[in-house]
Design a protein around this ligand. Structure first.
Ligand SMILES: Cc1cc2nc3c(=O)[nH]c(=O)nc-3n(C[C@H](O)[C@H](O)[C@H](O)COP(=O)(O)OP(=O)(O)OC[C@H]3O[C@@H](n4cnc5c(N)ncnc54)[C@H](O)[C@@H]3O)c2cc1C
Ligand SMILES: *[C@@H]1O[C@H](CO)[C@@H](O)[C@H](O)[C@H]1NC(C)=O
Ligand SMILES: *[C@@H]1O[C@H](CO)[C@@H](O)[C@H](O)[C@H]1NC(C)=O
Ligand SMILES: *[C@@H]1O[C@H](CO)[C@@H](O)[C@H](O)[C@H]1NC(C)=O
Length: 441
């Protein structure tokens, strides 16, 4: 089976790794000219962590951690008033495995770029899907070349071009979460610490800073528009580019307080200034024929879920696992038979059946969130602060953490990884089938 993956972000390289392990030949095309190591602090937990572990990348993940000690809330005078240290009880927005998105993507790329049967082509895109039928999916690449594959995977992020081309518009829903964030890397100053510092400014604004392992600070300003006029202003600048975005930010955050002014100044010079409009992607089905969307392209959950990278990794693993069941089947003599390749639809449907309920759960962000952390008035801010302060005291008590589903209980909300014979250590091809055969006898 020859698979073409579009996009070398998080989902793409993870799928490449597991699909190659399943016995497929994998080609990855990436739009960027060289590896794109950009992005903000993200965390990896639960089953996604288990997959990273199975890939032998735990030490690397640890090594690349963002050095964040925990999360703390900052009051109007700039003092921390509620602390959620990492590890103690486990109930902290900071996880044990914090990493920059770019470092995670780089790590996955480095771990796959030299594997046999995986080839990366940068500065290359799928220009056109020429045909998608029972036998093959045929594409024209930006290089002008035309190739055929058994499967095309769109792992090209939230605004996937392949999705737009291959799926009817009515099967794709963009769900607006009424929130925007701007990100920028700014110089570190001596008074900075290694915490995720979150300050609730009034008027539904948040000012936040986080550490990274490179001696700089990752700054974020988030905003929930309070009325239609504000929303329209943000949507307009989202379309018109960084200059207009920075002007609007300056107007809207000038009186926010705490370090807002420093962040606004720092963002002017930042090379990675980036505005993100929080919108989820929901598709009525993830595949059509031999084309399937994966990761943000299929089910971007927004950073509010804190799981976009997680479900990109788990999705890639489960998809490869289901494919592994049909790629290589032992023939009568027990040798691998790769000449007969079925249409992958059985695997694509099995994958979607297993994974869709988990994705829907992940995308289901409670209705009061993110508004609760974007207070508009002093009274609402007092309520939020009091609630979070109380929480920070309570989570120091382990039984409360258990009661509210933090720490250990988090595992239960996770997707237990299906086991695939091919992926087990020393996992022989068709080991499952062989076992059944023995039992039958
Ligand atoms: C601020 C922030 C915080 C986040 N926090 C978390 C968190 O705590 N935990 C978490 O799990 N997730 C988090 N996420 C989400 C996470 O980063 C994404 O969900 C994840 O990166 C999705 O991976 P992906 O591979 O599907 O897409 P991407 O990482 O977006 O990769 C897509 C790739 O496709 C390439 N591409 C685009 N168009 C084309 C094309 N036409 N042809 C070829 N290639 C193309 C892009 O260059 C890119 O390399 C956060 C995101 C943000 C912005
Ligand atoms: C995080 O990385 C630093 C080096 O940047 C290392 O000293 C530290 O031990 C790491 N922390 C964890 C929890 O692995
Ligand atoms: C905070 O981070 C620093 C730097 O990574 C580390 O040396 C220290 O042990 C951390 N402290 C806690 C409480 O985690
Ligand atoms: C690469 O794929 C070919 C079949 O396409 C297979 O014979 C070979 O074993 C694969 N190599 C590895 C290392 O998996």
């Amino acid at each position: 089976m020859h698979i073409l993956i579009s996009g070398a972000g998080i989902a793409g390289p993870t799928l490449a790794y597991w699909a190659a392990k399943a016995g497929a030949r994998v080609t990855v095309v990436e739009k960027a000219a060289s590896f794109l190591a950009s992005g903000q602090n993200i965390d990896v937990s639960g089953s996604a962590l288990e997959i990273i572990d199975k890939m032998g990348l735990m030490d690397e993940l640890r090594r690349l951690n963002t050095t964040e000690n925990g999360t703390q809330l900052i009051d109007q005078r700039g003092h921390p008033f509620a602390k959620f240290p990492v590890k103690e009880g486990g109930a902290s927005p900071t996880s044990e495995f914090e990493i920059l998105r770019g470092d995670l993507a780089t790590m996955l790329y480095e771990a796959t770029k030299n594997l046999p049967n995986i080839t990366y082509h940068f500065y290359t895109t799928v220009q056109k899907v020429l045909s998608n039928d029972n036998d093959k999916v045929q594409v024209q690449l930006s290089t002008g070349a035309t190739h055929s594959y058994d499967l095309l995977v769109a792992a090209d992020g939230q605004w996937s071009k392949i999705r737009t081309q291959c799926f009817p518009a009515e099967s794709i829903r963009v769900v607006d979460k009424n929130m925007m964030a701007v990100y920028a890397t700014i110089p570190r100053i001596p008074s900075d610490n290694n915490w995720w510092n979150i300050y609730f400014a009034l008027g539904s604004r948040i000012v936040a800073t986080r550490p990274d392992p490179y001696g700089t600070i990752r700054a974020t300003l988030t905003r929930m528009p309070c009325n239609a006029a504000q929303k329209e202003a943000w949507q307009a600048v989202a379309r018109s580019g960084p200059k207009a975005q920075k002007e609007l930010l300056r107007r809207e955050f000038a009186d926010a307080g705490w370090q807002a002014q420093r962040l606004l100044d720092g963002m002017e010079k930042a090379e990675d200034f980036y505005l993100h409009v929080f919108q989820q992607i929901k598709m009525s089905t993830w595949s059509t024929g031999r084309v399937i969307c994966l990761g943000d392209a299929a089910y971007a959950p927004t950073p509010l879920s804190g799981s976009g990278a997680g479900i990109a990794i788990i999705g890639a693993y489960v998809l490869a696992g289901e494919l592994s069941k049909l790629i290589l089947k032992p023939d009568e003599n027990g040798s691998e038979n790769v000449s007969e390749i079925e249409h992958p639809r059985t695997a694509l449907h099995a994958y979607e059946n297993i994974f869709r309920p988990f994705v829907e759960q992940t995308q289901g962000i409670p209705f009061f969130f993110p508004a609760i952390v974007h207070p508009e008035t002093p009274f609402k801010r007092w309520l939020t602060q009091t609630f979070l302060w109380t929480l920070s005291k309570l989570v120091a008590i382990p039984w409360v953490v258990k009661l509210f589903g933090g720490g250990q209980d988090e595992k239960e909300e996770d997707l237990p990884l299906p086991s695939y014979a091919r992926f087990e250590p020393g996992g022989a091809v068709g080991a499952e089938e062989e076992k059944t055969a023995v039992l039958d006898r």
